[in-house]
Design a protein around this ligand. Structure first.
Ligand code: NOJ
Length: 539
């Protein structure tokens, strides 16, 4: 893609394609590259700037692609490298950039390197590429330390020769050893492989986890110093090197980090001038529907990223968290969002959640910086919380001993058209059903049903994205709060001549003086903004 005057990633709206659930081109019930290619006109008409595509590489799918066996091949489930190249070319022709996921913290246990490490045995150079250690206890039958896997159970698995290997996620996802030069060289070569094929950047999985304390100390012994595996300062050296590599390529290639940090200061360290370009703003995603909390997170984000000159990103949903229409329909959602527990505490009020999701879309898309849209949020899809246990596939379900249902509820295949499953996700004559069952009541949620209906979520997103593209005040830049609003009302101005007002209170709010209403999340009468509604004004 040709360079732009301001780098595109400072203000881009990036649409997340969870590939296995987006569109199924070959009728096997699983989304694929052919499906994405067939939906490019839709994405163009929606008005997004880029697609982040979840891992499409060869993978046994133990964690739905986040267990990569070959970083230079596309999984046959999704297509071929040639099809990926066609997708990149066609997307570019539509003015849409492509950002695949890269998974550098761990590979699949089926990756050639890991298989070689298993065969080569203890003490071999092959084992050095991963984190193998002897166990503790007289016969080495205890794990080397007390670290737990993110998906439940110990972070160590013992192999038949008695050694243990580290996996911060499932046992099928062995952690790579980023103290090893070959690991650095391999990933730089993989980045080049895909940059050479025209991708516009990468989303970096677990960007904060690559470097471990070489001593592998017990977490119980942590005395307040650096965490032994999360967000260690040494990771930034890796990204400085990746940045240089990306900068060798024309057209503003860019990275977005999935980095969970304790503070906005720590997050800003990822996006310094010589580091990555952007990072997901999970603090925003984790904030409940509360004016004071949202304003604080917006202020902290902008202040902190301002110190390093990086743009903010605004994200409400992704493939790992409860969809926000359901989240905002609950009182307290935070526990879910920290990935601590996927068990809902109370049923969602979906009418309320949807009203708030509409208002939240206007808030998010008016804030300075870039924004992410997770596939289906533009259709107002809720979390599917009643998937039968027998169909659950997220490793979290098994690893938690069936105490946490996992993330399948936000990954249900997208409804495109028609009145019954597969709702156009697969062709009607497909040989297989969608890999997760779709609800029976999704007919009104399809793209076809919502298209042209001015009251639909889809048309709200389309209009908002069009205005965002056309209005000089939106995208990258700054905001000024209007401070004469009551508690519970967020209002800010962007120049030239734009105001966003969001009413999170329980009372209607009389709008400030304005020239015209550009867009509202719901009907506005007598200039009164109802609770849980938002409006864009020109002044
Ligand atoms: C974060 C990804 O978003 C998630 O889906 C995955 O399970 C873990 N990283 C492990 O790769």
């Amino acid at each position: 893609m040709p360079p732009t005057t301001t780098p595109w990633w400072r203000s881009a709206v990036i649409y997340q394609v969870y590939i296995r659930s987006f569109a199924d081109g070959n009728g096997d019930g699983v989304g694929d590259i052919a499906g994405i290619r067939s939906r490019l006109p839709y994405l163009k008409s929606l008005g997004v700037d880029a697609l982040w595509i979840n891992p499409w590489y060869t993978s046994p799918q133990a964690d739905h692609g986040y267990d990569v066996a070959d970083y230079r091949e596309i999984d046959p489930l999704f297509g071929t490298v040639a099809e990926a190249e066609q997708l990149i070319e066609e997307a570019h022709a539509h003015g849409i950039r492509i950002i695949p996921d890269i998974v550098p913290n761990h590979s699949s246990d089926q990756a050639a390197w890991f298989q070689q490490a298993l065969t080569a045995g203890p003490g071999s150079p092959e084992r050095e590429r991963y984190v193998f250690r002897a166990g503790r206890g007289p016969d080495g039958s205890l794990p080397p330390n007390d670290w737990d896997s993110r998906f439940g159970g110990p972070a160590w698995t013992r192999v038949p020769d008695g050694e243990w290997y580290l996996h911060l996620f499932t046992p099928q996802q062995p952690d790579l050893n980023w103290q090893h030069p070959e690991v650095h060289a391999e990933f730089e070569s993989v980045l080049r492989f895909w940059f050479d094929r025209g991708v516009d950047g990468f989303r970096i999985d677990v960007a904060h986890g690559l470097v471990k304390d070489p001593e592998l100390p017990d977490l119980a012994d942590r005395d307040g110093g650096a965490h032994p595996f999360w967000d260690r300062d040494e990771v930034h050296e890796i990204y400085r090197s990746w940045r240089k590599l990306a900068d060798e390529y024309p057209g503003d290639r860019s990275f977005v980090a999935e980095a969970w940090t304790d503070t906005p200061e720590r997050l800003a360290a990822y996006v310094r001038e010589d580091g990555l370009h952007t990072a997901f703003n999970f603090d925003f995603l984790m904030t409940d529907w509360d004016a004071k909390d949202l304003r604080a997170v917006i202020d902290d984000t902008l202040a902190m990223l301002g110190t390093v000159g990086a743009p903010a990103t605004w994200v409400m949903s992704n493939h790992d968290v409860m969809r926000h229409a359901s989240r905002y329909g609950r009182r307290a959602a935070k526990k879910w969002l920290a990935n601590e527990s996927y068990v809902p505490a109370s049923p969602a009020d979906l009418e309320l959640g949807t009203r708030r999701a509409r208002a939240a879309a206007l808030l998010t898309l008016a804030l300075p910086g870039g924004a992410y849209v997770y596939q289906g949020e533009e259709l107002g899809l809720p979390e599917i919380e009643d998937l039968p246990e027998a169909v659950l596939q997220d490793p979290v379900w098994e690893r938690s001993g069936h105490t946490e249902r996992g993330r399948d509820g936000c990954r249900v295949p997208i409804p495109w058209s028609g009145t019954t499953t597969p709702y156009g996700f697969s062709a009607a004559d497909a040989t297989a059903s969608p890999w997760l069952p779709q609800p029976a009541d999704w007919a009104p949620r399809t793209v076809a049903a919502q298209t042209g209906d001015p009251a639909s979520m889809l048309e709200l997103y389309r209009t908002a994205l069009r205005i965002r593209r056309e209005h000089p005040a939106l995208g990258d830049g700054t905001l000024t709060w209007l401070d004469d609003t009551p508690a519970g009302v967020l209002a800010f101005r962007r120049e030239p001549g734009f105001i966003c007002v969001v009413n999170l209170s329980t009372e209607p709010y009389q709008l400030p003086a304005h020239a015209s209403i550009l867009l509202t999340s719901g009907p506005v009468e007598d200039n009164r903004l109802a609770p849980d509604q938002a409006v864009w004004l020109t002044v």
